[in-house]
Design a protein around this ligand. Structure first.
Ligand SMILES: [Zn+2]
Length: 335
């Protein structure tokens, strides 16, 4: 018994691995192990011998189990230390997180213009993209048989609704809601039933603005437009004003800027003309004021529509409008 105990203890203490230790445990302490076999034989012994043998076996068993548990703990601690070392993680390092994005160039310029007009005392208004025929056309002095409706072919929805062709309906809503005096801009997404090419998209962005007060003149209009363009392009831009027809203004103008992509020599964006139509504008037609319950005898004002998408193309020299809604990250990561 003493020999058995000594040799088993020596094997437990010299075990080189957890597997080796386990093999000793199975052999000596296991259900089919040596100690168990010795216990089975005890039936043949006298009661005195049996008691003495049982005591010996139990003492040996306890000594071996204690030795086994402490060796096992050493192996487990070593395994845990190895794992902690190999799976070490510094929780104070900032997480890499998702790759930061950037604002779309249209959003960037829209926010810049909003800031500029806010500083000039204008409110920034929003309106629905799904409009009624009344707000998109009729209230803007564009009756059913008017040729301007052909120029603004759009997507019609059930129930007489349509996707707005311009942000002008927000002007009508603004006049109705706020009344004069009024300074507002309305940036937003608009839609046309267009064939798509380098300079036409079915979905694009405009920014509409109006000022209604007493004694507003074309001089006021030109002042605000020049302030706007200087702020956007951060330099002098050649502009020209030519008469233009828009049913909701009278007189109406077409404000063109010299093409910033080709410098005026001609390219696909300016359709080889050297000029880009940027800004239809004019003094608000009295019919439009009256339709919104404003007395044109007392109030007048100017209105302008800005091609926000076109402005972005001019500022960043983007030669194809289709890039803007392509969702192509190679394009977007440049801004
Ligand atoms: Zn050009």
């Amino acid at each position: 018994m003493h020999e058995l105990l000594d040799s088993a203890l020596a094997r437990i203490e010299s075990a080189a691995s957890a597997e080796e230790l386990e093999a000793v445990r199975v052999e000596v302490l296991g259900r089919k192990g040596v100690l168990q076999a010795l216990s089975k034989d005890m039936g043949k012994l006298s009661p005195e011998e049996r008691a003495a043998r049982g005591k010996l076996i139990n003492t040996a068993k306890q000594a071996l189990e204690t030795a086994y548990e402490s060796c096992k703990a050493v192996f487990e601690n070593a395994a845990l230390a190895r794992r902690l070392e190999s799976e070490w993680l510094d929780l104070t390092v900032p997480s890499p997180g998702p790759r930061p994005g950037s604002l779309h160039p249209i959003t960037q310029i829209q926010w810049e213009i909003e800031d500029l007009f806010r500083s000039l005392g204008f409110s920034v208004l929003d309106g629905p993209e799904v409009e009624t025929e009344y707000y998109n056309f009729d209230a803007l002095n564009i009756p059913k048989d008017h040729p301007a409706r052909d120029m603004q072919d759009t997507f019609w929805l059930e129930g007489g609704h349509l996707l707005r062709t311009h942000t002008s309906p927000v002007q009508v809503r603004g006049m109705e809601k706020l009344g004069p005096p009024l300074r507002m801009i309305a940036p937003g997404r608009v839609f046309r039933n267009e064939s798509v090419d380098a300079s036409h998209e079915h979905t694009f962005y405009q920014l509409e603005g109006m000022m209604i007060d007493r004694n507003v003149s074309v001089g006021n209009l030109i002042y605000f437009m020049k302030t706007l363009l200087t702020a956007i392009f951060k330099r002098e831009v050649a502009v020209r004003l030519r008469p233009g027809f828009f049913p909701f203004v009278e007189p109406g103008f077409e404000l063109d800027i010299q093409c910033l992509i080709c410098g005026g020599t001609g390219c696909p964006v300016c359709k080889q003309s050297g000029w880009v139509e940027l800004l239809p504008c004019g003094l608000i037609n009295p019919h439009v004021l009256r339709a919104s319950g404003i007395d044109p005898g007392e109030w007048n004002g100017f209105a302008f529509g800005l091609g926000l998408t076109r402005l972005v193309m001019m500022r960043y020299a983007i030669d194809d409008i289709r890039w803007l809604q392509s969702g192509d990250l190679r394009f977007l990561q440049q801004f």
